[in-house]
Each structure stands twice: as C-alpha cells, then as structure tokens.
Design a binder for this molecule. Structure first.
Ligand SMILES: NC(=O)c1ccc[n+]([C@@H]2O[C@H](COP(=O)([O-])OP(=O)(O)OC[C@H]3O[C@@H](n4cnc5c(N)ncnc54)[C@H](OP(=O)(O)O)[C@@H]3O)[C@@H](O)[C@H]2O)c1
Length: 370
C-alpha cells in the first residue's frame, strides 16, 4: 500500500482535561520517506486506518479523572483505546507480526496518547497489543474485545479452574461475561454469579450454575454465605463491578490460598468515593502481599507493558472458531460519540458500545475469510 503524501490530516476526538469537553478536532500524523520514494509509517510504528472503536467505562473514567494541571501535557489527548481497522504501513524496525494490508484489532497506549475514536492511529506495538482479526468475526466484533477479554484473561491467569468453585461479581459486564466463559472452559465445577435477572438465561448459557440478582440483593452477603453453607468455600472470586459486601465475612467465604481479583476496588464510579475505594483496595493488596490475609487479593489494571506477553494472541485464538461468545450492545455513527458515552455511563449496556469510524471498503477491507 503506497502513501503519496508526507502527512495525514484526519479527524479525532480529543480533550484537554476532565473539566473540558471531548471535541472532534484535526490531527496530523507525519510520515517518513520510504526506500521507494513513497511515504511510510515512522520507525517502530504501525499506521492503522480505523474502522471501529469500542468504548470502555475506563475511557470515560480516565477522561473524568484527568486533572486540569495536565491540560498542557498533550493538549489533544485521544479518547478510546480499543480499535479495529486496516494496516496501511509498518515503519522500519517495528517488532510486530502484522503487515500492511492486514485487518487488525488492538488496544492503543499510552493512556494520554492517541485515541481510537479517530480516523487514523499510529500504534507503537511495544506498548499496544495488536494482532490480526480472527477469520470468523467481523470488524465490529473485532473492535469490541481487546480491553475486556484481555482483562478477563489477565484476571484469571493464575486460577486453576478445573473442579473449582468460582464467584463472578458483575457477570453481566463485558469483562464478567468473558470471565464466566473462561471459568467454564477451564472446567469449574460451580460458577455463582451476580447479575440482573433480565440476563439470567444468557448468563446461564455462558456457564453460570447459580445466580444472585444484585438488584434484589444489593447486599449479596447472605446469599453468598448460603452458597458456602451448601457447597463449601469459593476458590476464586472475580470481581468485575467493585464493592465491599463480602469483606465482613470474607474469611468464611474464600478458601485459604484462594484468589480474590478485582478490577474496580471497593467502590465503582468516578468520584471521591471511587478514589477512596481504590486506595482501600491497594492497602488490602499490600496486606495480602505481606501474607497478612488468608487469601491472595489483587486489584489489577490491564497492564500495557504486557503487550509483548501475547495475551492478544491468546484472545484471538480463543475467539477463533467460536470458543467464546462476543457481545456488542450497539453501534453508533462517528458523529455520535457523545450519545454513545451517555449510554456507556448509564451502566446498562449489554456488551460493548462501538463507534463506526468508517465502514470497511467492500473491495479492500472486508475480511476475506468470513
Ligand atoms: N482495571 C482494569 O483494567 C479494568 C478493565 C476493564 C474494565 N474495568 C472496570 O470494570 C467494570 C466493568 O467494565 P465493563 O466494560 O465490563 O462494563 P460494561 O460492559 O459496560 O458493564 C455493563 C453491565 O454492568 C452490569 N451492572 C450494572 N450495575 C451493576 C451492579 N450494581 N452490579 C453488578 N453488575 C452491574 C449490567 O449487567 P446486568 O445486565 O447484569 O444488569 C450491565 O449490563 C467497569 O467499572 C470498568 O471501569 C477495569
């Protein structure tokens, strides 16, 4: 694919800080002259023409939490991390398996770098996991999975599911849906979930063996204790929503040496409560690391520096051949990011909300294997 001009000017959503709006602005990517006289991506970078970007609660939380003093550190902070699209060019000395012409999906870092809600993206594969699209999914589905499936893979990495008893808090979330499926594939004997009753059948289909409706039981401690009475302590607790309901009795809920992994901490949301909740969770993790807890406790972020550890390829391989179900809630046109964010914020999305940046070009960008 040859690029004839030294720079690409394009539209991208960006913001200065959490107290300024997210706006559609002009951005420029400068290219470098290649060996044949045409232009290529800079050294170490992959130039991607974006077709779809999916939105994550984390995108909005990061935006809201960006303090005003960071306004001048990159005045055009990109919005969105997950993307799918077409590789236009791969710069010299780039450590990657993808090549120009490949359809790819990935997760773009660093946090205040370029966003995926943009027409083009310059991806650094040292920080940003990127791989080719599984042959049996489309580009909408491709954009929808990297951050959430990557998170579920990371959370469950040290859990030996065979014959285990697992509790998934917030099983209706995108991360929760993948976690339940991974526990089932891994051979868990019992998977107890918290989710709303409207998704009951679906969560059962994914692998849940019994459910607690968090709307009926905002404090689900008692139903969890009943489960312990019936079939013993949990080996693993996978918390995809956050909260402290279980800590009052946690020693009788989880077995010695079990794992409690949260991606949210003690309090969901974006305000001061969330900050306090995250801090409490970090203290609990420190006590766990010092061996002061009966179980292993982790509050985790999907680490960008694991880009090279291959989880994106593991995710692609799991999706290939339909081993996991993908959930897309809705697709919004490029001009309607704010409407998409409103839906994201109300916490009722059934899977991922995806932004259509550009429809794939039928001739060149359809997945030829689908
Ligand atoms: N630390 C990290 O690296 C990391 C990575 C990814 C996500 N996260 C965080 O993990 C959380 C989930 O993210 P996501 O993208 O998977 O979410 P999502 O798909 O946007 O979650 C939407 C779902 O949340 C469920 N939900 C709403 N209120 C709930 C409650 N009170 N208790 C349990 N479930 C509730 C609903 O399920 P029902 O249909 O059952 O009502 C809804 O369908 C977010 O807080 C996100 O910021 C952290």
């Amino acid at each position: 694919m040859s690029l004839k001009s030294p720079a690409i000017t394009y539209k991208a959503y960006s913001y200065r800080s959490g107290s300024s709006p997210i706006k559609l602005v002009d951005q420029t990517i400068n290219l470098v002259k290649g060996p044949n006289g045409d232009y290529v991506a800079p050294k170490g970078k992959i130039l991607v023409k974006i077709n779809y970007a999916s939105l994550n609660p984390v995108d909005y939380k990061v935006y809201k939490k960006t303090p005003a003093f960071l306004t001048y550190y990159n005045t055009k902070k990109g919005f969105g991390k997950d993307f799918s699209g077409l590789v236009l060019s791969v710069g010299a000395n780039t450590k990657t398996d993808v090549k120009a012409g490949d359809l790819v999906q990935g997760l773009n870092w660093p946090i205040y770098g370029g966003g995926s809600c943009a027409q083009y993206l310059l991806v650094d594969p040292v920080w940003s996991p990127i791989t080719t699209v599984p042959t049996d999914i489309d580009l909408i589905e491709a954009a929808s999975f990297p951050l959430v499936l990557g998170t579920a893979i990371q959370m469950t990495h040290d859990m030996k599911f065979q014959g285990s008893k697992v509790l998934v808090l917030g099983a209706g979330t995108s991360v929760g849906r993948y976690s339940v499926q991974l526990a089932k594939i891994g051979g868990a004997r019992e998977i107890v979930t918290t989710n709303s009753s409207k998704n009951s059948d679906l969560i059962t289909e994914l692998g849940s063996t019994s459910q607690i409706d968090y709307r009926k039981h905002p404090n689900f401690l008692n139903p969890v204790l009943e489960s312990v009475k019936k079939s013993g302590e949990f080996d693993y607790i996978i918390d995809c929503w956050g909260g402290t309901q279980l800590f009052l009795e946690i020693d009788s809920i989880i077995r010695k040496g079990g794992i409690y992994y949260t991606i949210v901490g003690d309090s969901p949301g974006v305000g001061m409560d969330a900050l306090i909740g995250t801090t409490k969770a970090w203290f609990r993790m420190a006590r766990s690391r010092l061996g002061l807890l009966k179980y292993h406790y982790t509050i985790g972020l999907l680490y960008s520096n694991r880009a090279n550890e291959g989880w994106i390829n593991a995710a692609r391989d799991l999706l290939q051949g339909g081993k996991l179900q993908i959930f897309v809630d809705s697709v919004y046109p490029f001009g309607e990011l704010h409407e998409a964010i409103d839906k994201l914020e109300n916490g009722r999305a059934q899977g991922k909300i995806v932004l259509e940046v550009a429809k794939p070009n039928e001739q060149t960008e359809i997945n030829p294997f689908k």
